[in-house]
Design a protein around this ligand. Structure first.
Ligand SMILES: [Zn+2]
Length: 514
């Protein structure tokens, strides 16, 4: 190859753009001076986009052959997208030329499950809108109807570029922000960009599957027609957090109702709703919890649980406000219902907070299916215990697998009267990712509600996964390329900061990988 072959310029074929339209979109944005021609590369200069079944989700390889021809192979859509973003980072510098002298390269995620957690009402990425809120779980939506897509499309764009493969959304379905069509559009938007949309739902709580609106899978709507299935709450609605300096307030409303999970009709209705969710939307998974604002205390529920240790943890105001026994009984049914409709979902089971080291329901938790993703949440004080007391041996003995952490601090839910959403939380996120990798957890969920408009927030997001095996952030921005006179392989060995993937074989059992 001569010097000019270390670039792509002029007319460049791009193969696979029909399957990965967002990859073509990004290349056109980054290199508007190149005449991108979708179609077979054959012997022409070009880029080939290939889903490679042998790569784990999010992993990619960029190869360079004579032509010059670049092949971006990725594990699922996210792998192809991350590979193209890397190609852009390494090859950028001129609108009309894509430099190839920093290729080939490859990378693979350390922690496979890197998830953001959000509520619709307090996710603020389009900051010119009215109606911004910053905390709460039973909130009306205050923005204009288009606000949901305006916020979440920006969020998805960021995730796609920065290797965050999934976002949980509570309030996914709400009449006042576009209902079903808006939710469908967001799922398509995310899928094209390699970002899994995970609706957050609760079992007979938090609105069921349709958070707010006149819909048959909305909990308040259903309970008004079927009041006999309402829960008889064990105590008042809500929860309090010992790591938060002020009391939370949960005024009764349609948002706060709850169904009794011991009524067979409740679980039949939930199964039907989850099936509908999985077939109606191009979701990437579901985040399922049992509801964290109190449990049904009817005779049937108490007898079914038969777990005094678990009940004892609910007595204190700062104690548990859920039932692991309920979760173990009900989650497997919803897991099966969703998987019957789609075979590539990340189905997250929320294990609630601050109890990983104090199990009260291990026996029933053995019923929880392998292959779901078990999310253990920590507030700040409990995290200080976890990071020193949790060991690989303990994790290996858990009834659940795979396991991930969820951070409930470094956000609005812990601390004093100041919100911590905009703090520099990078060290916390990196610490959690490192501990996760050390003890055998396979992921981390952090809050993704504030936009990276604040530099502290942006840095926290970018550093979230930046240490240990949690690292997925891309290489440092390469220096601007200069044309080279040697072939691409020798160029790569001499100048490209090639990184060997830490876990080239990937995690043991990534859902939907390959
Ligand atoms: Zn009950």
């Amino acid at each position: 190859m001569n010097a000019s072959s270390a670039w792509l310029f002029g007319t460049v074929a791009i193969e696979g753009a029909d399957r990965f339209p967002h990859a073509l979109r990004r290349l056109k944005e980054a290199f508007p001076g190149i005449d991108w021609r979708p179609g077979p590369v054959r012997g022409l200069p070009g880029v080939r986009l290939v889903a490679e079944p042998g790569l784990v989700e999010g992993a990619f390889k960029i190869a360079l052959d004579e032509g010059p021809r670049v092949t971006v192979s990725g594990g699922r859509t996210s792998g192809v997208i991350y590979g193209v973003e890397e190609l852009i980072r390494r090859g950028a510098g001129a609108a009309g030329r894509l430099a190839l002298d920093r290729l080939p390269t490859e990378d693979a995620p350390g922690l496979p499950y890197r998830i953001w957690w959000t509520w619709d009402h307090s996710t603020n990425w389009e900051l010119s809108q009215v109606g911004v809120q910053e905390i709460g779980v039973f909130n009306p939506y205050g923005k204009p109807p288009g606000g949901f897509l305006a916020d979440y499309k920006r969020l998805v764009d960021f995730c796609s570029r920065n290797r965050i493969p999934a976002v949980t959304i509570f309030g996914f379905l709400r009449d006042s922000h576009g209902g079903i069509p808006a939710a469908q559009e967001l799922c398509r938007y995310g899928a094209e960009r390699g970002v899994r949309i995970l609706p957050g739902i609760a079992i007979g709580a938090y609105g069921g599957v349709y958070w707010e609106g006149d819909h048959k899978y909305n909990l308040a709507t259903w309970l008004k027609k079927n009041p006999q299935f309402s829960a008889k709450m064990e105590k008042g609605v809500g929860f309090q957090l010992a790591d938060l300096d002020f009391p939370l307030n949960f005024p009764a409303s349609d948002y706060t109702v709850r169904a009794c999970p011991s009524a067979p009709e409740t679980m039949e209705w939930m199964e039907e709703a989850v099936s509908w969710l999985a077939e109606t939307f191009e979701i990437g998974g579901i985040n399922i919890e049992s509801g964290d604002y109190g449990v049904c205390g009817c005779d049937r529920c108490v007898a079914r649980r038969a777990n005094e240790a678990e009940a004892a943890r609910r007595v204190d105001d700062h104690g548990d406000s859920w039932s692991h026994s309920d979760m173990a009984a009900d989650f497997p049914r919803l897991y099966r219902a969703a998987n019957a409709k789609r075979d590539d979902l990340w189905i997250v089971c929320e294990m609630q907070w601050d109890n990983l080291l104090d199990p009260v329901a291990s026996e029933v938790q053995k019923k929880l299916p392998k292959g779901a993703i078990y999310q253990h949440t920590a507030n700040r004080s409990f995290w200080q215990r976890l990071r020193t007391e949790l060991t690989p041996e303990y994790v290996a003995g858990l009834p659940t697998e795979p396991n991930i952490f969820r951070c409930q601090f470094a956000c609005q839910w812990n601390g004093d009267d100041r919100t911590e959403r905009y703090f520099f939380n990078a060290r916390t996120f990196a610490d959690m990712a490192e501990v996760a990798a050390k003890v055998g957890f396979e992921g981390l969920t952090v809050w993704g509600e504030p936009s990276p408009y604040q530099a502290t927030v942006e840095l926290s997001y970018l550093a979230s996964w930046a240490d240990g095996r949690g690292r997925t952030a891309s290489s440092p921005s390469p220096a601007r390329s200069t044309p080279i006179a040697t072939g691409p392989r020798s160029a790569a060995s001499s100048s490209a900061p090639r990184r060997s993937p830490r876990r080239s074989a990937g995690p043991a059992r990534p859902r939907g990988a390959g």
